[in-house]
Design a protein around this ligand. Structure first.
Ligand code: ATP
Ligand code: MG
Length: 433
């Protein structure tokens, strides 16, 4: 529709990039990008509803039936400022010039109904062969924009493709220049790789020298052996298996990646040569916060990942009271995700006691389920008395109040049947005034 309107007014217009690639692969594209010879002002004059998304880069979003389409004028990226964003963009009348600036052959195809597929760089061939290959000279392209190295691995992970040899060698050589790229842009590519079908490509990021730049803690994991009956792989290889076992959820995948991140610094080898990693969940939580902050993740993601890292190895006694205490401390928001992570963690370990470990998780979950169904009180908010009730009983507002509420919660975690206004009031009168 948009393409036809532009063509009717004498401009060229094509669907381009990811949507063409995905259509050829038989996938439904997440969004449709359009490239056109029309200048942004001309695009705006042809459509009723437009948003100036990135006018200086030539991008206008056209709204059609409540769907936004990014329409970008043919452009050449100008001078690159040391591997970051181009300093300026130049418009060009030539589709070919626009396709040349794109990163990979599979992303450099254009299509419209009147001209069919425009594929100057054999993107189709590379899609067939399953190859990620730079458009033009890889070294030059990675020097222009170092993020493309992350993108190469990310697309390989999403599509299950291999990276072409020359492209790979160029990443190997230029990986250290990734340091010029902002954390925000790296984060986007890392997350897309993690939530893909092939999160094991974290191994490629390591082998190519990319994680060394933005996640050196991961490199240490990849070479930390675990000499214990419970494990069969290095910390990194174990974490990769956990990544493959959890669902494609951003927080779960980040948690799988980071759950054992503190093992290298917690590792102690005893006199029998057996490794121990005491305290790694607590140290890991701190490290996860540091790493996620450095990579500019939002607070909500940071908090949720930290909880998973902190409690991934939590194994309360398998009886109601202990599990009430544990769930109260961990918070119900972490469930059932935490069970998924624990199962994945087990499957990434050696087979030693695997059946018993999985049974213990099942039992943990069963008892948890039971507690939730019974609506046993687990937080101060769920107590049968509130601050106002306590004031009427004579508890002073302030730190004392908090203390009493905490003790009441402790009491009902041990005795959930006591969570009535009468019993708790009596308890306060008897013991806490
Ligand atoms: P996704 O499905 O993740 O959106 P995509 O291929 O659409 O994949 P985008 O990041 O949305 O990827 O970029 C759209 C298109 O713009 C790409 O297909 C590619 O042609 C081009 N492109 C994006 N980023 C770069 C870059 N850093 N260097 C060169 N070309 C790029
Ligand atoms: Mg896209």
């Amino acid at each position: 529709m948009i393409i036809e309107t532009l063509e009717e007014h004498g401009y060229e217009a094509y669907a381009v990039g990811g949507c063409v690639r995905d259509s050829i692969l038989g996938k439904v594209p997440a969004d449709w990008d359009i490239t056109t010879s029309a200048k942004p002002e001309q695009v705006k004059s042809l459509f009723k509803c437009t948003i100036d998304t990135g006018i200086i880069h030539g991008t206008v979003t056209v709204l059609l039936h409540h769907v936004g389409y990014e329409v970008t004028t043919y452009r050449i990226d100008g001078e690159y400022e040391d591997g970051r964003h181009p300093k300026e963009v130049l418009f060009t009348p030539s589709l070919l010039e626009d396709l040349k600036r794109r990163d990979f052959t599979i992303n450099a195809m254009a299509y419209n109904d009147s001209h069919g597929l425009v594929d100057e760089f054999d993107g189709i061939g590379d899609l067939d062969r399953g190859i990620i290959r730079c458009v033009g000279d890889p070294k030059k392209r990675f020097t222009e924009d170092a993020l493309r190295m992350m993108r190469a691995v990310r697309f390989a992970a999403q599509l299950g493709f291999e990276i072409d040899e020359k492209t790979r060698a160029a990443v190997q050589e230029l990986a250290p220049t990734l340091k010029k790229v902002s954390a925000e842009r790296i984060q986007v590519e890392l997350v897309k790789l993690l939530v893909s079908d092939h999160p094991e490509r974290m191994r490629d990021l390591y082998e190519l020298g990319l994680t060394k730049v933005f996640l050196p803690e991961w490199d240490v994991c990849m070479v930390t052996e675990q000499n214990t009956r419970h494990h069969a792989y290095t910390v990194g290889e174990h974490s990769i298996r956990v990544l493959q076992e959890v669902s494609m959820d951003k927080v779960l995948r980040l948690s799988a990646l980071l759950h054992d991140i503190a093992k290298p610094i917690c590792k102690v080898t005893d006199k029998n040569g057996v490794d121990h990693f005491e305290g790694h969940p607590v140290r890991g939580k701190e490290m996860a916060r540091e790493i996620l902050r450095r990579l500019k993740f939002d607070n909500d993601t940071m908090k949720r990942v930290q909880i998973f890292v902190r409690y991934h190895d939590e194994r309360p006694e398998l009886e109601e009271r202990a599990i009430r205490w544990a769930v109260s401390e961990i918070g119900t928001d972490a469930f059932p995700g935490l069970f998924e992570l624990k199962r994945a963690d087990t499957l990434g370990q050696s087979e030693y006691m695997r059946k018993e470990k999985l049974e213990a998780i099942d039992k943990f979950q069963e008892i948890y389920q039971d507690i939730i169904e019974k609506q046993s009180p687990l937080t101060i908010r769920e107590l049968a008395v509130n601050g106002k009730d306590l004031m009427e009983l004579g508890v002073e507002h302030g730190p004392m109040m908090g203390e009493v509420l905490k003790r009441l919660l402790a009491h009902v975690l041990d005795n959930p049947e006591d969570n009535t206004k009468e019993r708790l009031s009596a308890l306060v009168r008897r013991e806490m005034l």
